[in-house]
Design a binder for this molecule. Structure first.
Ligand SMILES: Cc1cc2nc3c(=O)[nH]c(=O)nc-3n(C[C@H](O)[C@H](O)[C@H](O)COP(=O)(O)OP(=O)(O)OC[C@H]3O[C@@H](n4cnc5c(N)ncnc54)[C@H](O)[C@@H]3O)c2cc1C
Ligand SMILES: NC(=O)c1ccc[n+]([C@@H]2O[C@H](COP(=O)([O-])OP(=O)(O)OC[C@H]3O[C@@H](n4cnc5c(N)ncnc54)[C@H](OP(=O)(O)O)[C@@H]3O)[C@@H](O)[C@H]2O)c1
Ligand SMILES: Cc1cc2nc3c(=O)[nH]c(=O)nc-3n(C[C@H](O)[C@H](O)[C@H](O)COP(=O)(O)O)c2cc1C
Length: 610
């Protein structure tokens, strides 16, 4: 009933707007994310509040340029691949607003770079990806800043907060380079670069607090008449349940979808959203708060000879030690600060050597293979319960691309999860979240939240074709896409590229794809089973085989999506798209790069890679 009344009021309101303006409105809002839409709603509300009742559209419009040309006192600009920098930026923005400062928040790819020279105060919050690369949404901004087109910025005040992982050689590399570049362009750094490791809040919270104080000082200095309120509205939340207040969802189905004998154990997981009012769209991810296995907690307690029942109080929060370890601390991922502290306790020259700056490759390999228990066994050292809890990184939720369309499965959400489960030096090890999900039985509860990903969206125009490239678990969002497109009943064609090691054991959702092909919901399916022949065969080999058709689809308006492994696959697929543009479109390397950048700018080349 609520939805009906809402739609009715939208229809009524729309009918009051001339048809030509409705078209413009649709164009303006088509690809915008919720935050931008929300900002626009505040902008229009601001215009409306300035106009006396009954004022004509023409008169209202005459107010617009004045509002648009108003100075931009404070912008929080973020670049984020998996939502961490976005969350930190949003928290900073909320803090600024709640103290009455007129701030706005903008995702990097929505930022008009020519606005830079008009900014008074700019806060950049950005993660580093790849090997020191920008997150996808900030590639254009970073390129612009380092290009010769970047303007001199003598009146800009700024500060940069980087998010990263100190086990990577180029820790917070992108933030460092932006920080240096803005100074080179003549801007004034008002606050030191912050470099947040995986325990993000340790650095991000004090940095944001300092940023808040500096903003007050700078803005008051520049403009004593600084308004005490902003018209920018709060961004809408996905629902009542959030990352910090997750929903306890019942697990409905936990089904292996790789066959026995496969090297992989991939699960199809179904969870109930019943009673949560959580909503999601194809392209979004689901956040999962894992619980560590009892066996792992017991192993850590035994290695340290600590009592799991002992109450431990950290920052005024008290739990028994085993609860801290089971639900609040990372045991499967190691951080540089913890290993530094442990090397000193263990007086281990070997571990200390690994932490030297010139050992970054060995260090990266070490942390990607060893878990906490492996380190405690190899390099024994004593920790008190309190020191251990303070030294370990707080547990972080893991994200999983949603593999269902809510318009089809309604009160459910589906995932495709690779269970990380391996032997290391004689001990069985598993991933915190994938292991947790894999051992969770039907009927048990899992703490979840929806992580919106407005950069990975199906075209609004259902007559557009889509090309989906998703090997391994990367196929997950494309199950959601195909379900959604079938439900929409549009004319656009769907083409899926999927790959995995073996046809016999690893063809994820085989019967569903075959049924979709039969029913015309999937128009083309190209498969690359990498280990079924002597030479490796990957999705990009199939793309090259069909380069002519692929280029033709894209030139005719198709959207291209890539999901899955960021380190190898996504880079190779990117290079293959450039190669196809050169080969089929007769473009030179610079032109093909421009072609792909343009597709990305239009939202027609989107990646969800991890
Ligand atoms: C936006 C997004 C979407 C994602 N979607 C999916 C999805 O649909 N399906 C999916 O399965 N995953 C997906 N992931 C990855 C997922 O979030 C986790 O990173 C993954 O499940 C590993 O988490 P874990 O807690 O099980 O392992 P962790 O506890 O984080 O890692 C345990 C140990 O295993 C190592 N390790 C990690 N991955 C592997 C691996 N593959 N093989 C061997 N060792 C490994 C780590 O280095 C560590 O030492 C997505 C990630 C993002 C950011
Ligand atoms: N941390 C790690 O050590 C680690 C290791 C593996 C995966 N992962 C992560 O786990 C995620 C899920 O893995 P998954 O098991 O679903 O799939 P996956 O490991 O990405 O494998 C899926 C398919 O992609 C193939 N592949 C390998 N390299 C490729 C490349 N350069 N280009 C195109 N295809 C390539 C694989 O072939 P082959 O395997 O036969 O080469 C396999 O057939 C990955 O996306 C990745 O982020 C992490
Ligand atoms: C594939 C991948 C590559 C990464 N590369 C780097 C890196 O080179 N340097 C770094 O400091 N952090 C690196 N990180 C860590 C991220 O920056 C860190 O997890 C950050 O919190 C992510 O923030 P976001 O969710 O806003 O993107 C990498 C993470 C992933 C998944």
């Amino acid at each position: 009933m609520g939805a009906y009344l809402f739609m009715k009021s939208v229809m009524l309101a729309l009918s009051q707007i001339p048809e030509s303006k409705q078209v413009l409105l649709k164009q303006l809002t088509e690809d915008l994310d919720t935050q931008s839409l929300s900002w626009l709603s505040g902008y229009f509300a601001g215009l409306a509040s300035r106009a006396p009742t009954g004022q004509t559209a023409q008169k209202i419009a005459s107010v617009a340029p004045a509002v648009a040309a108003a100075p931009r006192p404070l912008t929080v600009l973020y670049g984020s691949q998996t939502g961490n920098a976005k969350r930190v930026a949003e928290a900073l923005y909320e803090q600024l607003r709640s103290t009455g400062l007129a701030a706005r928040i903008v995702r990097a790819d929505r930022y008009t770079t020519r606005e830079l020279k008009d900014e008074q105060l700019l806060y950049v919050v950005i993660s580093t990806q790849g090997d020191g690369e920008a997150p996808d949404d900030a590639i254009g901004l970073v390129e612009f800043l380092h290009s010769r087109r970047a303007p001199k910025l003598p009146s800009l005040n700024y500060a940069v907060l980087g998010l990263g992982d100190s086990s990577y050689p180029d820790f917070c590399g992108i933030a460092r380079r932006i920080d240096e570049r803005l100074a080179e362009l003549g801007a004034t750094r008002i606050h030191d670069l912050g470099t947040a490791d995986l325990d993000i809040d340790t650095i991000a919270k004090p940095w944001s607090q300092k940023a808040l104080e500096q903003a007050r000082a700078v803005l008051q200095q520049n403009d004593p008449q600084q308004p005490s309120a902003s018209i920018t509205p709060l961004h809408p939340k996905t629902g009542r349940f959030t990352r910090e207040a997750p929903f306890e969802a019942e697990l409905l189905l936990n089904q292996p979808i790789t066959a026995p004998g496969s090297d992989k154990d991939i699960r199809h997981i179904e969870l109930s959203l019943d009673g949560s009012q959580l909503t999601y769209q194809p392209g979004d991810a689901l956040g999962i708060w894992p619980v560590q296995s009892d066996a792992l907690v017991a192993e850590v307690l035994e290695l340290l000879a600590l009592d799991g029942e002992k109450p431990v109080s950290v920052n005024d929060i008290e739990h028994p030690l085993k609860v801290w370890l089971g639900s609040h601390r990372e045991l499967t991922q190691l951080t540089r600060p913890f290993l530094q502290a442990h090397a000193e306790r263990a007086k281990s020259a070997e571990l200390s050597q690994l932490l030297q700056p010139d050992q970054s490759d060995s260090f990266r390999k070490f942390v990607s293979t060893h878990q906490l228990a492996d380190v405690l066994r190899k390099y024994p050292a004593a920790w008190s319960a309190e020191e251990l809890i303070q030294g370990l990184r707080p547990l972080a939720p893991r994200l999983y691309s949603i593999a269902s369309s809510q318009s089809v499965v309604e009160d459910e959400v589906h995932l495709t999860v690779a269970n990380i489960d391996y032997e290391f030096e004689g001990h069985s090890r598993s991933g915190a979240a994938s292991g947790f999900l894999s051992r969770t039985a039907e009927g048990e509860r899992v703490r979840i939240f929806v992580e919106e990903n407005s950069r990975f969206r199906l075209p609004v125009d259902t007559s557009r074709d889509v090309i989906m490239i998703g090997p391994g678990t990367g196929v997950a969002p494309f199950r959601a896409f195909v379900q959604e497109r079938a439900n929409q009943g549009g004319k656009g064609r769907n083409w899926l590229f999927f790959g995995n090691p073996h046809f016999d054991s690893d063809f994820l959702y085989q019967t569903e794809w075959q049924a979709a092909l039969r029913d015309g919901q999937l128009d083309r399916l190209d498969l690359a089973f990498s280990r079924d022949q002597e030479q490796k065969l990957y999705v990009q080999d199939r793309m090259l085989e069909h380069a002519s058709d692929l280029f033709e689809w894209i030139q005719a308006g198709a959207y291209v999506y890539v999901c899955g492994d960021a380190n190898r696959m996504a880079k190779d697929v990117h290079a293959t798209l450039l190669r196809i543009a050169q080969q089929e479109g007769r473009l030179d390397p610079a032109q093909s790069k421009h072609w792909l950048d343009e597709l990305a700018t239009q939202g027609r080349y989107a990646r969800d890679v991890y």
